[in-house]
Write a protein that binds this ligand. Structure first.
Ligand code: FAD
Length: 384
């Protein structure tokens, strides 16, 4: 097994032509999906001695999947600071009747997707192949390059949950939000969001500066509401160009974290937080948890069924926080705009902000990184 070494020059690496050899093989752990969740699983398996194969339809870091905003503590805890683009100590919220500027008890940062993925991949030891996952039969995963068999399989493939049992629910019926953003070359000093029904009836708009680019977008909690026109309008209102689009569906409810003997993590397990649609740190957090369970299996400290039920319980132990945030997601669009403005102003006391944002960070705290077997520090407390 060779450690993963990212290509020195960016290139489209989905193998083509004669490079696209059949990929029929066995391995100990098969991780499907090489973004935040999948790379976190692989990181935690480094040094376990397992033969790990990670597959994705794109090269690692090739296809950005978000605005790439995260609590800075997560970049520090995972030693990913080299990917950092810009840091914010405040959150600016605009509504039609007020603007508030909240001082956060911790900072938030934007990062460069490719750099972060490459740094995280460097912390793992796995074989990487580009392949499109089409489905599975039992413990055999079918890809466009052939079948792969593995004792332990992880679905980190995002919202589609490609390896789930049965037919997956598709939009607009599934509990999904949708988000779209543009990335104009421009600069800004503030992390801003807009809760404004003229852009989206239920959801919010954002502008996240990231060094020499802005990430301006609109997310709708209602999957039937299209976000392209409001995204362009928000960019126009901010005198920015609507260029370099990227968007996706975002699950806003927890799903089963295990099914049919497989591990699901990140968006495939509905690990993105409702209301804020923050899904990167949770994908990392639950990815580390899966990696630790699998390391225990490889090390002979527990069986696969034990690891499955332990991880399933761990994911489910966060249900209360996810449900509470989903309730807020449903409530906020129903509050009259003037009342919402009053409530946002009333919340602008440092004591309340420290309490609220402190609890919010606790849902997936960066101290979890140091709590694992790769570091020697006390076991992290699992939120009630
Ligand atoms: C517009 C937008 C902005 C966002 N901004 C933020 C933000 O600033 N901060 C934040 O915390 N969250 C944000 N989110 C949410 C966040 O992007 C997701 O929650 C997060 O990316 C989930 O990580 P993941 O690893 O589970 O899945 P993904 O990042 O979706 O990765 C899935 C991986 O699987 C691969 N894949 C998928 N299907 C197949 C297949 N069939 N075969 C092979 N490979 C496949 C993909 O190529 C990809 O690499 C945003 C979402 C959107 C849509």
């Amino acid at each position: 097994m060779r450690p993963y070494h990212p290509p020195a020059v960016p290139r489209r690496a989905t193998k083509r032509g004669i490079e696209r050899t059949p990929l029929e093989r066995d391995c100990d752990v098969l991780i499907c999906g090489g973004s935040f969740a999948g790379l976190a699983v692989a990181r935690e398996l480094a040094g376990s001695g397992a033969e790990v194969l990670l597959i994705d339809r794109y090269e690692i870091g090739e296809r950005q999947t978000s605005a790439c905003g995260i609590p800075t503590g997560w970049l520090e805890a995972l030693d990913l600071q080299r990917s950092l683009r810009q840091t914010f100590g405040e959150l600016v919220i605009h509504t039609p009747f007020t603007t508030v500027r909240y001082r956060l008890p911790w900072t938030f940062s934007t990062f460069d997707y490719r750099t972060l993925c490459e740094l995280l991949a460097d912390q793992g030891a796995f074989t990487f192949e580009t392949a499109k996952v089409d489905g599975r039969t039992g413990k055999v995963v079918h890809t466009d390059r052939g079948d792969i068999r593995a004792a332990m399989i992880v679905d980190a493939l995002g919202w589609r949950r490609v390896l789930g049992a049965g037919d997956n629910i598709q939009p607009p019926d599934a509990l999904l939000s949708r988000g779209l953003e543009v990335h104009p070359h421009d600069t800004g000093g503030d992390m801003e969001i807009w809760i404004d029904r003229s852009y989206v009836p239920a959801g919010y708009g954002w502008s996240f500066p990231a060094g020499d680019e802005l990430r301006i977008g609109v997310g709708s909690f209602d999957p039937r509401f299209h976000v392209r026109e409001p995204t362009v309008r928000l960019a126009t209102d901010l005198a920015a160009d609507s260029v370099r689009y990227q968007g996706n569906w975002i699950p806003h409810a927890l799903r089963n974290a295990t099914e049919d003997g497989l591990f699901f993590v990140g968006d495939s397990a509905g690990h993105c937080l409702p209301l804020t649609a923050e899904g990167i740190r949770t994908a990392l957090y639950f990815g580390l948890a899966v990696g630790r369970e699998l390391s225990d299996v490889v090390g002979g400290r527990r069986s696969v069924p034990d690891a499955l039920s332990s991880y399933s319980r761990f994911s489910a132990s966060h249900a209360r926080a996810f449900e509470w945030m989903l309730r807020c997601q449903r409530l906020v669009p129903r509050v009259a705009p003037r009342m919402l403005a009053g409530a946002l102003r009333a919340m602008d006391t440092q004591r309340f902000l420290d309490w609220a944002f402190g609890h919010y960070l606790e849902i997936a705290h960066p101290r979890f990184v140091a709590a694992g077997p790769r570091r020697s520090s006390p076991q992290v407390r699992v939120p009630a």
